[in-house]
Design a protein around this ligand. Structure first.
Ligand SMILES: [Zn+2]
Length: 267
């Protein structure tokens, strides 16, 4: 576990911590003035706390309850007397506690119960610029992106990650994610702040590319399905053999879950 990078992008401070220095093994926390986006993983607190102490924090906006995003909520309650803001489902999950699959526990630690408060319809940065939460429930039911129209910035939670994805979790809804991406693309932004990928310039184009990829994959999957191919066959043809993650999760997080989603997308 370590700090992999510290950087600044147009006044946004960022720190990447985690277990492995690649996009799924690490997490980027962003600070815009006195606003933080996401709490970061609980097992990275030792590295994150000094970063959070550098500047007074007024608010923490959580994108969704997954452990890498919400893990330090209790630490914010206790060390900074801050009650993070999040969707009401996130607030409930944090209040009641939730179970985390083994891989998540190993990577990011278990999330202790904590207090969060419901998101307002919009909030403001330190300099008065508006932050608009956009509900994007395809990855999980509580997820929000945070849009800062004055800057053309979109904090995307786990909506973007990559232009090309090959895996999906069974609990995710691909048809909803397609709608989510369309909703975000309706906003005027040019930079993505992704907690795994990092800062993505020409972010709107990157998000459009992801949508195009998903629609094309869905179209190919559906045409193979109409030819009578099975789910396994379609997956093998379009995405190749399953990998370790698929077997470890008993196909909950797998290539075939993504193809299953593709068969449900309306084209
Ligand atoms: Zn997530």
């Amino acid at each position: 576990m370590a700090v992999f990078e510290r950087f600044e992008y147009q006044g946004v401070d960022a720190i990447r911590t985690g277990r492995q220095n690649h996009i799924s093994g690490s997490f980027v926390n962003y600070r815009v003035g006195d606003t933080l986006i996401d709490c970061g993983p609980v097992n990275q607190w030792k590295w994150l706390k000094p970063f959070f102490e550098e500047k007074a924090i007024r608010q923490v906006l959580i994108t969704h309850y997954h452990e890498d995003h919400s893990g330090n909520s209790l630490n914010f309650n206790q060390s900074f007397n801050i009650i993070p803001k999040a969707h009401e489902i996130t607030v409930e999950q944090l209040q009641n506690g939730f179970s985390i699959p083994l891989a998540g526990r190993i990577f990011w630690g278990s999330v202790p119960r904590a207090t969060a408060q419901p998101l307002p319809e919009q909030t403001e940065l330190e300099n008065g610029e508006t932050v608009i939460p956009i509900h994007v429930p395809g990855h999980c039911p509580d997820m929000h992106c945070y849009f800062i129209p004055d800057r053309g910035w979109m904090f995307t939670g786990d909506l973007y990650i990559a232009k090309v994805i090959k895996f999906m979790h069974r609990k995710e809804s691909l048809p909803q994610q397609v709608e989510d991406i369309r909703a975000v693309l309706a906003c005027d932004f040019d930079t993505i702040f992704c907690p795994h990928r990092g800062v993505v310039g020409q972010g709107k184009q990157a998000m459009q590319d992801k949508l195009d990829y998903l629609l094309e994959l869905s179209s190919k999957a559906q045409s193979l399905h109409h030819q009578g191919k099975t789910l396994r066959e379609i997956t093998q043809i379009l995405l190749g053999a399953e990998e370790l993650a698929s077997y470890v999760t008993r196909f909950a997080f797998s290539k075939r879950s993504l193809i299953e989603g593709c068969l449900e997308v309306e084209l």
